[in-house]
Design a protein around this ligand. Sequence first.
Ligand code: ADP
Length: 266
Amino acid sequence: LTIPILVFSWFAVRSLHQDAERRSQVVLLAHSLRRANSRLREINREKTDFLSMATHQLRTPLSVLNGYIELIKDGCYGSVAEEMRKVLKNMDENNGRLIKMVDDFLDVTRLEQGRTHYNLAPHDVVAVVASVIEELNHVAVKKGVKLAPLPASIAVFIAVCDDEKIRHVVFNYVDNAIKYSEQGVVTVSLEHERQGVTARVKDQGIGFAPEDKEHFFHKYYRGSNVKALTATGTGIGLYVCRRFIEGHGGHVWAKSPGVGQGSEFE
Ligand code: ADP
């Protein structure tokens, strides 16, 4: 009897010892994972701080350039020859593109640093949408795309929102609809929902395959539908739109019957 009891106790002690060893290994592992996680968070924060600092530094000289281009165009430095006007127009467009890109990066860094504020107040969403249509109409005309005006009969839609953020989202949707269409009509419609308002931007452009849309609203994602195009972009426009709409308690959505068959963003 003595031998089996001794053997049993030896096994029990050994198994207790192994358990304790495994537990201390798990504790060590959890500790180093926590350390790695906090280091990753720190690196991510440093990256966002750098992006924020760099984009802030870029914004001022770009605005100064913009001001000088306007002054030259207005003849403040003497008369401007026709040939020079074309060059100035090109400079203006490219500078505008850079300013938009820098502003998008500033929005991203503000969102990631938790510095985005929503100034909520009642606003007429129809007026917001109409102002976007008016501003982007010349871009559509240049592209050979028709940007439909809102129906004259449309009623006022009052919603509690940050009108600048809503304008930003509608602007991006309409801008994309024009950018990703070679022809056809872009329409914006508004619908009262139980919880608020739905704005829908529909185009007859390049469309997309169902598997692509899953990622459209992710940061830096550009769809496979735009790979062959010359249209430039950073893939952050829709990410910022999603974050702004979610900041209002809403949600975003993209639909298309397929590649080459137009899209709908809401
Ligand atoms: P960008 O336009 O700079 O690439 P966005 O974040 O605005 O970035 O859009 C992300 C992606 O969503 C685009 O690269 C494109 O693949 C797709 N997309 C956006 N709008 C449209 C549209 N109207 N029609 C088809 N695809 C679109």
